[in-house]
Ligand binder design. Structure first.
Ligand SMILES: Cc1cc2nc3c(=O)[nH]c(=O)nc-3n(C[C@H](O)[C@H](O)[C@H](O)COP(=O)(O)O)c2cc1C
Length: 207
C-alpha cells in the first residue's frame, strides 16, 4: 500500500460545553490513525496563535480540514484569526508563497438551519456552498485543491434521530478515505456538498 496521506483536522468551536454534533465528530476524528486532530480553542484560549508552529504543522500534512459549526454564515472567530495570521504573504500566497500549494483543503461544517433554508427564497437565501465561497477562494489563491464541504444540516436536531450517528460514521469513513487516497476527487469535485449519504469513496487506493 502507498504511504498514508497525513490529514490535519483544525477544529474550532468556542462553545464546546453545549456542542453535541461537533463534540461527537471530534471524538470520532481524534481516534483515527494518521489524523492529527487539533482543538484550536483549547490550544489558543487567548487567541495568541503561534504562527511559525502552525505553518510548520501545515507543511507536514497533505490534507487540511477545517471542522467548525457555522456561526453567522462563516467560521468561528478563532478560525478566522488563524486564517488571517497563518496564511501569510510569502508563505501561502504572493511572491514565493507556494508552500502549501498542491495540498487538499476541505471544510467540515455543521449548520443549525435545515437544508431547505439554504436556497433562494429560503430563510437564509443562499446555498451553503455559496456562503462558503470565501474559504473556497482562499484555498484557490493558496493553490490548495478545494474539496466540497462535508455538511450536516439541522445539526441541533441531529442527536435526536439517527443522523448524528450516521454523520459521524460517514466522517470517519471520509477521514480514512482521505488518508488512504480513496476519496474519488473527480466525483467529489462534481458535487456541491458531501454528506453521509453522498461520499464518493473507493474501496481500494489507486496504484
Ligand atoms: C453565534 C452563533 C451563530 C450561529 N450562526 C448560524 C448560522 O449562520 N447558520 C446556521 O445554520 N446556524 C447557525 N448557528 C447554529 C450552529 O451552527 C449550530 O448550533 C451548530 O452547528 C451545532 O453544532 P454543535 O452541536 O456542535 O454545537 C449559530 C450558532 C451560534 C451560537
Amino acid at each position: 500500500m502507498n504511504q498514508p496521506k497525513k490529514v490535519l483536522v483544525l477544529f474550532a468551536h468556542p462553545g464546546q460545553r453545549y456542542s453535541k454534533a461537533n463534540d461527537e465528530m471530534a471524538r470520532v476524528a481524534s481516534d483515527i490513525r494518521d489524523v492529527t486532530f487539533v482543538d484550536l480553542y483549547a490550544r489558543y484560549p487567548r487567541f495568541k496563535i503561534d504562527v511559525a508552529a502552525e505553518q510548520e504543522q501545515l507543511l507536514v500534512h497533505d490534507v487540511i480540514i477545517f471542522q467548525f459549526p457555522l456561526f453567522w454564515y462563516s467560521t468561528p472567530a478563532l478560525l478566522k484569526e488563524w486564517q488571517d495570521l497563518v496564511l501569510e504573504y510569502g508563505f501561502a500566497y504572493g511572491e514565493g508563497g507556494d508552500r502549501i500549494a498542491g495540498k487538499l483543503f476541505m471544510p467540515v461544517v455543521t449548520a443549525g438551519g435545515p437544508e431547505e433554508f439554504y436556497r433562494p427564497g429560503g430563510r437564509n437565501n443562499y446555498p451553503l456552498r455559496d456562503l462558503l465561497r470565501p474559504l473556497e477562494q482562499t484555498a484557490n489563491l493558496c493553490g490548495l485543491r478545494f474539496v466540497p464541504p462535508y455538511t450536516l444540516f439541522a445539526a441541533l436536531r441531529a442527536p435526536g434521530d439517527d443522523r448524528l450517528e450516521r454523520h459521524s460514521r460517514g466522517y470517519a469513513k471520509l477521514l480514512q478515505a482521505l488518508r488512504d487516497d480513496r476519496l474519488d476527487l473527480e466525483a467529489a469535485s462534481a458535487m456541491t456538498l458531501l454528506g453521509a449519504d453522498a461520499l464518493p469513496v473507493r474501496e481500494e487506493a489507486t496504484a
